[in-house]
Design a protein around this ligand. Structure first.
Ligand code: SF4
Ligand code: SF4
Length: 306
């Protein structure tokens, strides 16, 4: 049976999305965790995970010039639209033309390799980051680290998702909990693609309302059941009411409200789950929201009647 994938998203960073995913993982029976917030991956910090495997990730190819075959004709420099080929060999000398490629500027278009008369240019897979597999007390976690100036976080998210699915199938785990990227850009689209259900985490602010509308439209395009939870609702109860109304008007299921409590920060400092920390009702709120989500997931995990 295909594992059910729940992706938790938000219109912007800082809504508490990752902390909630970590708490849901504690409440779920064993599941696979996938941290798709690859630009600011931190689910592994909350869960104090243990790294098991690390594989390089290539977002795009780059050009490389073989100096033994190159005759310094200069055609490649003239053809590169991205100014990625340095005419001086990168050493600042203007005495001779010995081209080299700046890998940070190279877009991997291959034009230089195509036009090089000596076939002295090869394209190779650049290293833009790593895909990581870690152990957590809630189950295996796939996450990633994008390198400095690393690119193509959408492709990296796709890879994290793919590996999470393979793991879930291999270990016969029926749920994948995905910490999605914030915003509405390419990484969040990659987080939503192929997911079975989305939870939007928002907060009671004017920008929270605005972000909710944008991300709800995006999720709607994927045609998957979408739920909404308001985090720190008691910071502005009136706006929390308005968000609940807006969510329902947009045909989204309202999963519940979570109160403000610094237990999340205390839990991180103490290396514990927020559910193990004494709080003023926060853990009950999270359990309540999870029970709504879990009921929906359970419905999806039931094998279809023959
Ligand atoms: S086009 Fe080929 S031979 Fe000419 S400078 Fe570039 S790498 Fe060298
Ligand atoms: S592959 Fe394209 S971007 Fe890279 S150096 Fe060659 S022409 Fe420039």
């Amino acid at each position: 049976m295909k594992p059910t994938e729940l992706v938790v998203i938000s219109g912007k960073g800082g809504t508490g999305k990752t902390s909630l995913v970590a708490a849901f993982a504690t409440l779920a029976a064993e599941c696979v965790l996938a941290d798709c917030d690859v630009d600011a991956s931190n689910l592994h910090l909350i869960h104090h995970s243990e790294l098991v495997l690390r594989e390089p990730f290539s977002g795009r190819v780059r050009a490389s010039i073989d100096p033994d075959r190159c005759t310094d004709c200069g055609i490649c420099e003239a053809m590169c639209r991205f100014d990625a080929i340095l005419p001086t060999g990168g050493n600042g000398s203007s005495m001779a033309f010995h081209p080299t490629v700046n890998p940070h500027l190279c877009e991997g278009c291959g034009v230089c390799a195509w036009f090089c008369p000596e076939k002295a240019i090869d394209l190779y897979d650049g290293e833009d980051g790593h895909v990581l597999l870690s152990k957590t007390r809630c189950g295996p976690m796939v996450h990633a680290r994008l390198g400095v100036a690393g690119e193509n976080s959408g492709k990296l998210v796709g890879l994290v998702r793919e590996q999470a699915r393979e793991l879930a199938t291999m270990r016969e785990l029926d749920t994948i909990l995905i910490d999605g990227s914030p915003g509405i850009g390419c990484p969040v689209i990659a987080s939503l693609t192929g997911a079975d259900m989305a939870l939007i985490v928002t907060e009671p602010s004017v920008s929270g309302m605005h972000d909710l509308k944008r991300i709800a439209e995006l999720a709607d395009g994927f045609g998957i059941p979408t739920l909404v939870a308001v985090n720190r609702w008691d910071v502005n109860p009136q706006l929390a009411d308005e968000i609940e109304t807006l969510a329902k008007e947009q045909g989204l299921e309202f999963a519940g409200r979570i109160r403000y409590d610094n237990a999340f920060s205390r839990a991180q400092l103490e290396g514990k789950s927020v559910l193990d920390i004494e709080s003023n009702g926060l853990a009950d709120d999270i359990r309540q929201v999870w029970s709504v989500i879990h009921a929906r997931l359970d419905g999806m995990n039931q094998p279809e009647a023959l």
